[in-house]
Design a protein around this ligand. Structure first.
Ligand SMILES: [Zn+2]
Length: 144
């Protein structure tokens, strides 16, 4: 009976919502799946994190990373609803840069444009992110 209950519990946990990863406790809201898959394919790292939505009180903040165990990424729901697909990608990749790659902000500019996704101001909706996406993804992983 205990075994049956465990099997049922496991089935419910794996189908109810989001992506539960087996190695250790983690939960990723399904809205982030596409962007997490992009991150995993470019970085060759598996994401073990809690990634959720919340209404972040600070209007200037679109997302946060807390380096807990597992890391916690919170994305601001109202901001998420305002931005484009590429904007969402850049926001998620930025927070994964902090939480998985341990990257800090990089404020360097080239010809007036940020050289990194790790720039402290979100720019995923801008033309230069779309035009230079391949470069920005590479820079996120390799730092140049
Ligand atoms: Zn940041």
């Amino acid at each position: 009976m205990v075994r049956l209950a465990l099997i049922i519990f496991t089935l419910v946990m794996s189908t109810a919502c989001g992506t539960f990863r087996p190695a250790r406790y983690a939960y990723i809201d399904p809205a982030f799946d596409t962007y997490v898959q992009t991150f995993e394919s470019i970085s060759n790292k598996q994401v073990h994190a809690i990634m959720i939505f919340a209404d972040i009180a600070d209007e200037e903040v679109g997302g946060t990373c807390t380096n807990s165990e597992p890391p916690l990424i919170v994305i601001d729901t109202p901001y998420w609803n305002e931005i484009t697909e590429l904007g969402r990608e850049q926001l998620v990749l930025h927070e994964l840069g902090h939480c998985v790659l341990n990257r800090d902000h990089k404020e360097n500019m080239l010809s007036g444009l940020p050289v990194s996704i790790m720039y402290s101001i979100h720019f995923g909706d801008e033309w230069y992110y779309a035009q230079n996406r391949a470069y920005y993804l590479q820079e996120l992983v390799y730092g140049h």
